[in-house]
Design a protein around this ligand. Structure first.
Ligand SMILES: [Zn+2]
Length: 291
């Protein structure tokens, strides 16, 4: 007899398999990312909405004979996240978060931080979608990008990258010594910035290590405003649900911060490449190497 495991899972992707079955990939609380086959799931109502994308449910699974897959035998819904579907742009961002976890979450290895990040981000997005539906207004593009940036900053942190954001890398002056619109030079390889008075000299520039994804990678340096760096710091140090209300930067600051984030992720996080994230196409105001 196989051991039954009870597991909390959020569905990242679900695809039909041999007409009657489904293969579901999920982020779980205790086993990282897993894939499982749900037999006869297409016609049967046994699983309710538990296997729909975004659904959070308790699954009872057993290791399957088919290699890497588990088999789901039963599932009980905990939160459907159905409300996400009420707002198109919110749904697009939720899909981006799913794509990120599909790409990055470790398989069959606990990653509780990522699970919490993901479920808290989906919960906040669902609240926004419900509010925007009631008020017949769409969620501000700026807020969506703030949340995206905060989510990406948490991924960097999870990866072990510790950006140094409070002080100039060269002269130690504080971020708070500069006005919100001051342009700071961000160094992708160090995940740090230098102030306008410092800035590397040519010889130092030549010594900086090259990014691992070398082809056509243009962003060893990146300029971003003080406000954008400040919001990066808030994203790193604040629970994801609080970041949007704390962020100070304008839409343009958020857009610049997003470009900085993607350069940092490509440079620092294994498994990140420049394959576009599909959901980004549907987010207003986002243009980047992932989009
Ligand atoms: Zn300086």
């Amino acid at each position: 007899m196989s051991t039954v495991i009870e597991i909390t899972a959020i569905v990242l992707r679900t695809v039909p398999f041999e007409e009657r079955h489904r293969v579901v990939t999920a982020l779980t609380e205790s086993h990282g990312k897993i894939s499982a086959i749900a037999r006869n799931a297409v016609s049967s109502r046994r699983f309710g909405g538990c296997l729909e994308t975004f659904a959070a449910a308790t699954w009872r699974i057993v290791p399957s004979k088919a290699g890497d897959l588990y088999r789901v035998d039963e599932a009980t819904i905990r939160k459907s996240f159905e409300g996400l579907r009420g707002d198109f742009e919110v749904l697009a961002l939720a899909s981006v978060f799913n794509e990120l976890m599909l790409r990055l979450a470790p398989e069959r290895e606990p990653c509780l931080d990522l699970f919490k990040l993901h479920s808290n981000a989906l919960a906040l997005l669902e609240e926004w979608a419900i509010t925007s539906r009631k008020g017949s207004s769409s969620v501000e593009p700026r807020l969506l990008i703030v949340l995206l940036n905060a989510y990406l900053s948490k991924i960097l942190q999870w990866n072990g990258t510790q950006p140094q954001l409070l002080r100039c890398l060269a002269c130690d002056r504080s971020l708070l010594d500069f006005s919100a619109t001051t342009l700071l030079r961000c160094h992708i390889s160090n995940a740090a910035w230098t102030c306008p008075d410092c800035g590397p000299k040519r010889s130092e520039r030549d010594r900086l290590p090259k990014p691992h994804s070398s082809t056509g990678f243009q962003h060893e340096f990146f300029e971003a405003t003080q406000a954008a760096i400040g919001d990066f710091y808030i994203g790193l140090t604040t629970p994801i649900r609080k970041s949007p209300e704390m962020a100070q930067g304008t839409l343009a600051d958020q857009q610049a911060l997003f470009s900085l984030m993607e350069s940092l992720l490509v440079y620092h996080v294994p498994g990140f490449d420049r394959t576009p994230l599909k959901g980004l196409r549907f987010l207003p105001g986002i243009k980047g190497i992932f989009g």
